[in-house]
Design a protein around this ligand. Structure first.
Ligand code: CUA
Length: 237
């Protein structure tokens, strides 16, 4: 009787969690970084949602079923049960470790320290934060532009993030990019944007009264438009 009911609950739990996973919004990747992070997030959700539902159902079942016991009896030693939950936990942790490591080890998530380590011919931009604006410098082209970064689509971008005064932080949620901007320290980011469009860069570290206005625009355009923009900037200068 208990077994059948438990089995039925397990089935409902399983189907319920599958529905949750399938109904959750599909991953739309605007950058290789976002693709990787959302991918691992999804994998972990597929694992976490059934476990959460299973544990909740088990807890509710136990509470409801045994709520009227006058004299609670402790569970005796059960080696099979102990071995199974140890192994199950180890397997879950192993899966989490392997899935996360694959993503963490990717340069699009953990960028190399120098541009020399980046494969291909990346576009380099130095981002400097200062109270309360962002400066974008293209060292290969001798171009500096405040408040707006233009980059080409489908090409590796290498960013060096610094600060001129206090600690700021670069955060571009649309591209899943985030890095602290610290005075006297260079942090790096690497990504490839796969969709043209405009993205907003937010300062994500409280840096003073102008913090909330410390925004910049990131415009992702075709290769030819990018080159044209660089030319225009040089002419203006
Ligand atoms: Cu800069 Cu907050």
């Amino acid at each position: 009787m208990i077994r059948t009911r438990l089995r039925r609950w397990l089935l409902i739990t399983g189907l319920g969690s599958l529905a949750v996973v399938l109904l959750s919004a599909p991953v739309s990747a605007q950058s290789t970084t976002r693709d990787l992070i959302m991918g691992v997030n999804r994998q972990l959700m597929i694992l976490a949602v059934p476990i959460t539902i299973f544990m909740t159902v088990l807890l509710l079942y136990t509470v409801l079923r045994f709520r009227n016991r006058e004299e609670p009896k402790p569970t005796g030693e059960n080696r099979t049960l102990e071995i199974s939950w140890t192994v199950a936990t180890a397997l879950v942790l192993l899966f989490v470790g392997l899935a996360s490591y694959q993503v963490m080890a990717d340069p699009a998530v953990t960028a190399p320290q120098t541009v020399e380590e980046v494969e291909g011919d990346p576009v380099e931009v130095d981002i400097t934060g200062q109270q309360y604006l962002w400066l974008f410098e293209y060292p290969e082209h001798d171009v500096t532009n405040p408040q707006k970064m233009v980059i080409p689509v489908n090409q590796t971008i290498f960013l060096r993030v610094e600060s001129r005064d206090v600690i700021h932080a670069v955060h571009v949620p649309g591209l899943a990019l985030k890095s602290d901007a610290i005075p006297g320290q260079v942090n790096t980011l690497q990504t490839t944007v796969t969709e043209e469009g405009n993205y907003t860069l937010f300062c994500a570290e409280y840096c003073g009264e102008g913090h909330s206005q410390m925004l910049a625009e990131i415009e992702v355009v075709s290769q030819s438009e990018y080159e044209q923009w660089l030319e225009d900037q040089k002419e203006e200068a």
